[in-house]
Ligand binder design. Structure first.
Ligand code: K1U
Ligand code: ZN
Length: 175
């Protein structure tokens, strides 16, 4: 297992559209294990392949509330697709591991259904609400080159990105 460096704004890979996976290889399974380890270490509740500089349609998530005593609930999803969105929407204060120290309220469908392949290539459909639904939409946005800041007003977006780019530059000059 390995920790992977997380790409920060304004890296152009965050704006690329990831390509569907055609074959699930042992190398791809290792990548998904490394992505989960990297996500837990960050710490975060989700991670998309673009965020570690890869352009395969792969995401990992675990939105279990550990502070509330919930067991870990890791997901590794290949080629995830939203097949249904609720009409009802909810607002959630989102963060992003690629946008350091930035948060913003994003309005999204409250519940979604997502079809995906697991690490063995088996197809599943998951219906989610709450944080898991928000996180699924945030991660699938990443695969399409979309950041949560794209859902904010221009004023708020510019503020969040200006600060994040400053933090990213500071982190790079320290490494
Ligand atoms: O994709 C990412 O950048 C990960 C991101 C996912 C996300 C968070 C909140 C709403 C939607 C999507 C994060 O995990 S940011 C960190 C975070 O939210 C968190 C960190 C530690 C404990 C709990 C949450
Ligand atoms: Zn993100």
């Amino acid at each position: 297992m390995a920790l992977l460096p997380i790409v920060l704004v304004p890296d152009p890979v965050l704006r690329h559209v990831a390509k569907p996976v055609e074959t699930i290889t042992p190398e791809l399974r290792q990548l998904m294990d490394d992505m989960l380890e990297t996500m837990y270490d960050a710490p975060g509740v989700g991670l998309a392949a673009n965020q570690i500089g890869r352009l395969e349609r792969v995401i990992v998530l675990d939105c279990a509330d550990k502070q509330d005593g919930e067991e870990p609930q890791p997901y590794q999803m290949v080629n995830p697709e939203i097949t249904w969105k609720s009409e009802q929407t909810s607002k959630y204060s989102e963060g992003c591991l690629s946008i350091p120290e930035g948060t913003g309220d994003v309005q999204r469908p409250t519940a979604v259904r997502v079809r995906y392949l697991d690490r063995e290539g088996q197809s599943h459909e998951l219906e989610a609400d709450g944080l898991l639904a928000t996180c699924l939409q945030h991660e699938i946005d990443h695969l399409n080159g979309v950041l949560f800041t794209d859902h904010l007003s221009k004023l708020k977006r510019d503020m969040v990105l200006k600060k994040a780019k400053k933090v990213a530059r500071e982190r790079q000059s320290q490494s």
